[in-house]
Design a protein around this ligand. Sequence first.
Ligand code: XMP
Length: 506
Amino acid sequence: LVVVIDFGGQYSQLIARRIREESVYCEIHPYTISVEKIQELSPKAIILSGGPSSVYLDESPDIDSEIFELGIPVLGICYGMQIMAKKSGGKVVRAEKREYGKALFEVLNGNHLTEGLSGELLVWMSHGDSVEELPPGFKVMGKTDNTPVAGIFNPQKQLYGVQFHLEVLHTPKGQEMLNNFLFEIAELSSDWTMDSYIDETVNSIKKEVGDRNAICGLSGGIDSTVAAVLVQQAIGDNLTCIFVNHGLLRKDEENQVLELFREKFDVKVVYVDARERFLSKLKGVTDPEQKRKIIGEEFIRVFEEEARKIGDVDFLVQGTLYTDVVESGTETASVIKSHHNVGGLPEKMELSLIEPLNSLFKDEVRQVAKELEMPKEVVWRHPFPGPGLAIRVLGEVTEDKLSILKEADAVVADELKKVGLYHDIWQLFTVLPDIKTVGVKGDERSYDYPIILRAVNSQDGMTADWYRFSNDVLESLSNRVVNEVEGVNRLVYDITSKPPATIEWE
Ligand code: XMP
């Protein structure tokens, strides 16, 4: 295990991914983690992330200096290096020259981190502070034109710090340095595979649940399906899946999901038609966060009712991903939006949560699904958010708007399947805004809704790029949506990446 301590830097996720890509397990924890907790986790290495603050400010994120005395190798990156320097007795000051972007790093003293790398190294810098005085026991690793101390190390204590971001692709040899840290310095091995993840997860669920009962909120998407199968492997028939139709599903989705489960999976599924109660709770509500919270809470209430019907149920299984946890706000990351199954949860709940995937990214869940030999249609299904079409009907959700959106969504998916692009795209959907526009259909004025098309490619949903369709495909999509969907007279294509936009519109 590697523990990444997060100081609120924008690249903390990326550090974690780079480690996992080397088949080494890692967890991100906020900088408020205690030394005792770290000892309990007993990591073989610690990485301190970058962060937006300055270590010499009173309110800046701090850490117990004990961390550097545990005998565990530590790598500090940017803010992480500065805090390592300060806590070890060095001095950090505001730099004379700030340094952003590319720089050349010249290695001054031989060390294990840059072993095997020769010449000046291209690195990516983003800092306004610098180490002015080295802490005792430390040596300068290297310098750049603007930064005389751009890297430090203490070979006795196995402490390494770099001012640049070795986790970004703009530091071409960054992965080699990281590998030196993981495999040479910390002596970790690449043995974290999805196979081992499955075994460990199934065993720990077995231990936690024992012979008690659990229910699982099932949506038919890959996350909840994988979560359900893992828990089923652990506790067998003591698991009941609950599939809630909240009226915010895509066209015919409930039938497709139920059929899939009946045919391909050996799990108990209870279908709950909750369309009316969700829609009546959403009546008149226009604020996106409020919609998410209402849906999150209502899901839980339905699950609790179903649990009472089954009797003697203690656990609720959810397919929450790491991404959902991070975007819903952690101690160090701010709230982007409340994912229905995290930030949208009510404060009081009767059931304890089991979230077997909450440390995985989406592409890792797909790997688990492949290991579990799930059907392709599940593995490559486009992500669909728990709050469903409620966050794609902008403003108030009504039956009329939902039926327009369902139709538009079905037409777009059908066309892209026909032209063979559907599986080329990571996520594809339509959005119905709360405005109408003027058009002319068959010599008559129309005053109808526009439909927004969103298609993106992504690895894990944390960042995304809009999909480049050919003009021919855009034309056929536009013709079909406007001709086939009643109440729509325009198709608009969203050409914004994430960031600065998010994938969903609400
Ligand atoms: P955003 O809009 O945050 O979306 O860029 C990132 C990915 O997460 C999905 N998403 C959700 N999934 N519950 C979910 O299960 C939610 O509340 C939720 N909100 C967004 C979104 O569809 C995209 O794939």
